[in-house]
Write a protein that binds this ligand. Structure first.
Ligand code: AGP
Length: 360
């Protein structure tokens, strides 16, 4: 069944492997009879009515929200703010006239997010929950729900739910853009199918990531993840994954921000994992890699076909530039997994953490 480990040593590895099929399942789940991507008309209407979206989430779901902002703004041209739920509760920004609140939560039970939902309902604003668990608290209490169709996620470290969240956000933005007759110059269904194949090829070559993990992370005290643009959104997720399961101190940074402080932390051998999937900023991020390398860092460049260079540690298959987060997160999940293994950590149940945080 879905919640058996089968031959897998850990749920996390099983759930990483399920990601290609999760993407395919989502394509099917959000297809109408004509085979076109579609969402519940009531949700389409709510998106259409809104003058601004407020995405509220915690942890990995917040990181998916950062990518979601890119989608709604770039594809559907709706302004978006992304907020950490525990902060939003007591520090509410000035709201627009017609906000739509979108709660992203794998479990649908996160107390920090729920307290925001309760407040927003009191204020009378429309709410949408994007969750993996039908019938969960945040699903029941919101006006609308979009499901992730990722199947049960057991490992504390979220993997397939993140990929599902990003895919569902892309679909929502795309369908909304189409319904507004905003020109979209790609076929999302086709591009998501390409992503599913790309993820498949990554999970089929685990040795590559096992070796990279050993090379870069087996003995280090700390690690940095850098990226620009949408790669930055993924770098913070990569850092969280590594922290929570391997206990290595890790941070994700926007490449250009290094020189404003963080670069002081770079020492001989400090691993710096750089994502290079965005052509528009690839020269800039490669420049940042040179800066840290000159100060002794051990750079691990993860690039994409079409913009690879000699010396890149990993070259990922080519996917649509907006959809790279769905794919580029997977090597980060895998290197975190192997780092946790080498260090003898409890991969599926890291210390001090619960799968869903039901206290504020
Ligand atoms: C992710 O690996 C974490 N374990 C954690 O950050 C999680 O994403 C967060 O607690 C939010 O949970 P939710 O999606 O169930 O609301």
């Amino acid at each position: 069944s879905d919640i058996e480990k089968g031959t897998y040593p850990h749920y996390m590895l099983k759930e990483i492997d399920e990601q290609p099929s999760v993407v395919r399942k989502i394509i099917q789940a959000y297809e109408n009879e004509q085979g076109e991507l579609a969402i519940d008309p009531a949700i389409a209407e709510a998106l259409h009515e809104a003058d601004r979206l407020y995405i509220i989430a915690a942890g990995t779901s917040y990181h998916a929200g950062l990518v979601g902002k890119e989608y709604f703004e770039k594809i559907a041209r709706i302004p978006v703010e992304v907020h950490i739920s525990s902060e939003f509760g007591y520090n509410m920004p000035l709201l627009s006239e017609k906000p739509l609140f979108i709660f992203i939560t794998q479990s649908g039970e996160t107390a920090d997010s729920r307290q925001v939902l309760v407040k927003i309902k009191e204020l009378g604003y429309p709410t949408l929950t994007i969750t993996n668990v039908p019938g969960s608290t945040l699903s029941r209490e919101a006006d609308y729900t979009m499901l992730l169709h990722a199947g049960p996620e057991i490992a504390v470290a979220s993997t397939k739910a993140y990929v599902a969240q990003v895919a569902v956000l892309a679909i929502a933005a795309y369908v909304e853009a189409k319904s507004q007759r905003i020109e979209v110059n790609f076929d999302l269904k086709k591009e998501l199918a390409i992503v599913a194949n790309a993820i498949q090829s990554i999970v089929d070559s685990k040795e590559v990531f096992e070796i990279a993990s050993k090379d870069y992370l087996s003995t280090t005290r700390n690690a940095f993840f850098i990226g620009r643009n949408i790669d930055y959104c993924v770098s913070v997720e990569g850092a969280l994954k590594l922290k929570e399961i391997s206990y290595i101190q890790a941070e994700g940074f926007a490449g250009g921000e290094l020189k404003h402080g963080t670069i002081a932390l770079i020492e001989e051998g400090t691993p710096v994992i750089a994502l290079v999937t965005q052509k528009s900023v690839s020269l800039n991020i490669r420049g940042n890699v040179k800066e840290v390398t000159a100060r002794g860092a051990n750079p691990c460049i993860i690039s994409m076909e079409g913009m690879e260079q000699d010396g890149d540690a990993i070259v990922l298959p080519q996917v649509h530039p907006l959809l790279t987060p769905l794919m580029s997160v997977v090597p980060l999940q895998l290197i975190s997994y192997y780092a946790a293994l080498y260090r003898g950590c409890d991969v599926d149940k890291p210390r001090n953490l619960a799968k869903s945080v039901t206290v504020e």
